[in-house]
Write a protein that binds this ligand. Sequence first.
Ligand SMILES: [Zn+2]
Length: 200
Amino acid sequence: MTKLGLSCLTALALLGGCSSAPKYPGDRTEMRTCRWCSGTGVEAADAYDGSPPPGVTPGGPCVGCRGAKNLSVTIPGPKHPAWVKGTVRDGSKVQAIPVEALLLENQRPMQPVLGAVTGAKLHFEGGSRALDTVSNGTGRFKLMLEPGRYKVHISAPGFPDRDEALEVAPRREPIWQERAKLVTPEGAADETVFDVLLGG
Ligand SMILES: [Zn+2]
């Protein structure tokens, strides 16, 4: 039996589950030192100023690995879907988006973006696959697409239709089990950003 197999069985015994089956062709799994406790298996005793998040006991077992110290992560292959996020804006209101505005927008995901176009339909077509989404009330959209080249058709009432090309980058960062911690941040480096200006 391989080392990975043993670790997996250990994880199975300790965590009551082993999600090592690759989901997409080219994915593989690897045991890594728990990112949340750095392999100590315990929650830091002094990590929280006020009250700790629900379920976390300072000095108690690490909520990420439940004391196992190691966790199985998925190393994404070239077919593993990646996040594509972006905005649809009215080009007559936004000539260029100032960097400060973008920073502010990222901090306020519930506020409309500059020149937001809501309800715009986006149709992504790549290879044999097609997916649709709609910009939300803040002008944003987010979806997962298999890495590769796409043709994007964008339509919104009051604007001429628009066609764009999009290259969805493959994911690079290992993917940690979602159940492992209360919040699992997505690696921002793994997102493809796609901002659309309509009209003009
Ligand atoms: Zn841990």
